[in-house]
Structures are given as C-alpha cells and as structure tokens.
Design a protein around this ligand. Structure first.
Ligand code: FES
Ligand code: FES
Length: 211
C-alpha cells in the first residue's frame, strides 16, 4: 500500500560556509563555494549549477537571452552579480518543467513552433510566464510590451505572439475546468442552479495543459 504523502515543507537551508554563496534555485537550496567574487548570476547558473536554460547573448542586459525570475520577477542574469542574489529565490527554465511534463507556456511554444534557432526561447518563455502571472488574459499590446525587451534575431515574432495567446487560453481553460471540478466535488448548494451543459463541457475539457 502506498505510504501517505506528508504535506510539502520548505527546503531546509544548508549550513553556510564563510565564503559560500547560496540561494534557492528552482525550489531547492543551492550552494557554491567556487564562484569568483565578480561572477555574474548567469555564470554561476551555467557553470556551477549546470542550468543551461538561460543563455549568454549580449552580456549587456539588452537581449533577454539570459532571463530568469528573481523572486518571481524577470531579471537579466548576465548583469546581476551573483553575490547579489544570496538568499533569494531564482527560477530558471529548468524550474518550470521538463521534457516529460512541460509547463503550459513551454508546451504552447512547442505547439506554435515559436522558434527557429531557439536562442531567444528561454527569455521569451520566462518573460511570458511572468506576464501571465500578473496578467492572465493579456491584450496583444500587453504581450508586445512584455516581450519588447527580448530580441529574436530569427524573426519568429508572429509565432511567439501566437504561443503567448495559446498559453493564456489554455491556462484559462485549465483554471475554469479546475474550478468546475472542485464545484462539482463539493456538490451544488441548496440555492445553486443545477450543472448545465456549458459547465459539463468545461469540466470535460482536456486538462493536459495544467500539468
Ligand atoms: S545575455 Fe543577458 S540580456 Fe543579453
Ligand atoms: S528563434 Fe532564433 S533568436 Fe529567436
């Protein structure tokens, strides 16, 4: 019989080495003692944490290839001193999802074929995740604004826009389906109208995007 699953508890912070740098990386504490004093966050992520989602593009904070989330907000890892993120929460592309269970935004980029060389894709996906968290149903103008600092030299902008719209639509559908399921599980209240065809259709909608 399966063991009962205990509720997830926050990861424990490891003891600090006097010269160590540690921060939360994709939900786990990460510590390195090998980073040079002037290392950027991007260098530590790629060289020490072996996260190759964030890319080195311009190295000047201008192209967005190195985008990560720092405490949930988009940031350019190539211009952030690694020492400046001590104790903070960093999310990279690897923290969203993987090949087996991609994040809905990653899946939307795949389905919309929103890449040619793919070098900008990390930044586009991370910026989209941040956008959809603060604006789940963005207008085209909001999408363009949110991605305007992420450069794509291949000109895949049309497909990228389509991917963001697709991700927003799927996340909204998954949210609606989840709300309908939880409503059906608790049962209609005495004054609640009976579940109609529209609600049934929403509950039966594919939910793979919610993984
Ligand atoms: S590599 Fe960081 S913004 Fe270009
Ligand atoms: S797909 Fe090549 S830079 Fe965007």
């Amino acid at each position: 019989m399966a063991e009962p699953v205990s509720p997830a508890s926050p990861p424990e912070r490891p003891p600090q080495h006097p010269r160590a740098l540690s921060f939360q990386l994709n939900g786990q504490w990460f510590e390195t003692q090998g980073a040079s004093p002037g290392a950027t966050l991007l260098q530590v992520l790629r060289n020490d944490a072996l996260c190759n989602g964030p890319k080195f593009g311009c190295g000047l904070g201008q192209c967005g290839a190195c985008t990560v989330l720092v405490d949930g907000r988009v940031a350019r890892a190539c211009v952030i001193p690694a020492a400046g993120v001590a104790g903070r929460e960093i999310t990279t592309l690897e923290g969203l999802g993987g090949r087996e269970a991609p994040h809905p935004v990653q899946q939307a980029f795949i389905d919309a074929q929103a890449a040619q060389c793919g070098y900008c894709t990390n930044g586009m996906v991370m910026a989209t995740v941040a956008l959809l968290r603060r604006s789940p149903q963005p207008t085209d103008a909001q999408i363009r604004e949110a991605l305007s600092h992420n450069l794509c030299r291949c000109g895949a902008h049309v497909e990228i826009l389509q991917a963001v719209r697709l991700a927003a639509q799927r996340l909204a559908e998954a949210k609606m389906a989840g709300a309908t399921r939880s409503g059906m599980a608790s049962g209609p209240g005495p004054t609640e109208p009976p579940t109609g065809p529209a609600q049934s259709a929403a509950a039966a909608a594919p939910t793979s995007a919610a993984r």
